[in-house]
Design a binder for this molecule. Structure first.
Ligand code: NDP
Length: 487
């Protein structure tokens, strides 16, 4: 079929050769078999076989969009980060996700949501890999693979296992805070636009005089909080399994750009020393009364990706990506993720995943990393400068980017991360925020999720709820009774 319209591009092979016929295979006669030398057919079939890459082990199902971060507040006394200076506008991309479900999972499942942001700053990419909750289930990354095993499929039944989930949670009281949020109304948002995002980890900010403060980032929805009950979500899933994609994509196509107010909680190093609990413990928040959030800007999503695969599936975040003026903290979960996220992408996407167009920094990149699969960038600026030090004008370090030193002390050892840990007062503070309706739904959601779980595990978990608040323990018992009076 010749191309008659000169404005229509000519179909080619991946090597650029024009394709004369994309409808008929190369055969021996009109009724005969196909010849192996039909390289066009081979190329098409081979490409189709390779259209998938390993899905993320966690956060496989996601929805994303491009946008802008605008800084409207002034925290320039705390940080020299250009992206956080008053008036700064930075292009960014967001990816929201569920944690446990696979790529084909329904969007409206009760689960923690990922809230991951990549800011293309002039000093390199800054990634904040947050959630829609300010805390997490565990505080030591050594526990993370075990926790995720309980959220995924049982090795023999290949089914999700409520027994594994509640067994792990009931043996891990540090999970109580996140479990309470997960089964509360906010555990099932109507869409990505109707939930908050939290950087969750403690990061640091540092300024040109080398002063450091600790910081937590919050992204407060401007669309309002909206949530489904379990029953409402079941109905929605019966109608569509792609409700988040439809809502986010549809809103942006219609010009209804979602926004979040960006806030920061700030703690000085001296305040951290005097703090009654470990301020770097990811199972806890910093109370607003002690550390009031400061408004720093607005995040707006305003453009849908043109290719979901290229821009969302290949989008790779890592908390290792910080920029001058923003640093890490002694948060152990953060340290685990600094390794694990970049490592996941090297496995999933390949060694040079940061060079893919969606991940590529918008500033110049000069590294001495060399070859490996899919190496497709230039030998810039000089092919002779492929090691360091060299005499050929290769890229050099810049001490202006050195983070102020951090005082670390104490003997190396494996300390009990639960020692002295108060796992109850913050879930109690959250429970106190719930009205009667919210409490009733919390109890019912928990009871429904405990179906089929052995009695001794339920008993152990109820003992933990009891320690949060007697009303919490008895409420869950009554909800279990209502489901099954034999309980
Ligand atoms: P505050 O009463 O000052 O906490 C207010 C925070 O709680 C706000 O961020 C608010 O989010 C959030 N919140 C309000 N209602 C609910 C709810 N039903 N479910 C989940 N979050 C809710 O008290 P504290 O700072 O002392 O925190 C009390 C508890 O609130 C904590 O134990 C924690 O569980 C929860 N929380 C605290 C956060 C923090 O950073 N301090 C952040 C999020 C939750 P919004 O303004 O969007 O409604």
């Amino acid at each position: 079929m010749p191309t008659e319209d000169p404005s229509t591009p000519r179909l080619t092979s991946t090597a650029g050769a024009p394709i004369p016929d994309n409808q008929n295979s190369l055969t021996a006669g009109a009724r005969g078999p196909i010849l192996l030398q039909d390289w066009q057919l081979v190329e098409k079939l081979a490409h189709q076989n390779r259209e998938r890459i390993p899905e993320r082990v966690v956060h496989a199902k996601g929805w994303g969009a491009h946008g802008t971060l605008r800084i409207t507040g002034d925290i320039s006394h705390l940080t020299c980060a250009k992206v956080l200076q008053p008036g700064a506008e930075t292009k960014m991309i967001a990816r929201f996700s569920t944690v446990a479900g696979e790529m084909g999972a329904a969007d409206h499942e009760r689960d923690v949501r990922g809230f991951a942001l990549k800011f293309y700053t002039e000093d390199g990419n800054w990634d904040l890999v947050g959630n829609n909750t300010p805390v997490f289930f565990v505080r030591d990354p050594l526990k993370f693979p075990d926790f995720i095993h309980t959220q995924k499929r049982h090795p023999r039944t290949n089914l999700r296992s409520p027994t594994a989930m509640w067994d792990f949670w009931s043996l891990s009281p540090e999970s109580l805070h996140q479990v309470t949020i997960l089964f509360s109304d906010r555990g099932l948002p109507v869409s990505p636009m109707h939930m908050n995002g939290y950087g969750s980890h403690t990061y640091s900010l540092w300024n040109d005089t080398g002063e450091r403060v600790w910081v937590k980032f919050h992204f407060k929805t401007r669309q309002g909080h909206r949530h489904y009950t379990n029953a409402e979500a079941e109905k929605v899933i019966g109608e569509t399994r792609e409700g988040y994609q439809e809502a986010l994509f549809g809103a942006i196509e219609a010009g209804e750009f979602p926004r979040w107010a960006v806030q920061a909680q700030v703690m000085t190093e001296a305040e951290a020393q005097a703090f009654p609990f470990n301020p770097f413990d990811l199972t806890k928040v910093w109370p607003h009364a002690d550390f009031p959030p400061v408004e720093i800007g607005i995040l707006e999503l305003d453009r849908n990706p043109d290719s979901y695969f290229a821009e969302i599936e290949q989008l790779a975040f890592s908390p290792s990506n910080v920029v001058r003026g923003i640093g890490h903290s002694p948060d152990r979960m953060l340290q685990g993720r600094i390794f694990a996220y970049a490592d996941a992408h090297r496995y999933r996407l390949g060694t040079h995943y940061e060079a893919l167009p969606i991940n590529r920094p918008r500033c110049p990149v000069h590294t001495y990393h060399k070859d490996g699969a899919m190496r497709f960038f230039d030998n810039a600026p000089n092919p002779d400068a492929y090691y360091e030090p060299n005499s050929f004008g290769g890229p050099q370090q810049d001490g202006a980017y050195l983070e102020p030193p951090l005082d670390l002390e104490g003997p190396a050892g494996r300390f009990d991360h639960r020692d002295g840990g108060d796992d109850f007062s913050q879930p109690r503070a959250l429970f106190a925020l719930f009205d009667d309706g919210q409490k009733a739904r919390l109890f019912a959601n928990i009871a429904a999720a405990m179906r089929g779980v052995p009695f001794k595990i339920i008993e152990r978990q109820i003992d933990l709820f009891q320690q949060v608040h007697p009303e919490f323990g008895s409420g869950v018992c009554e909800a279990l009774d209502a489901l099954d009076p034999q309980f």
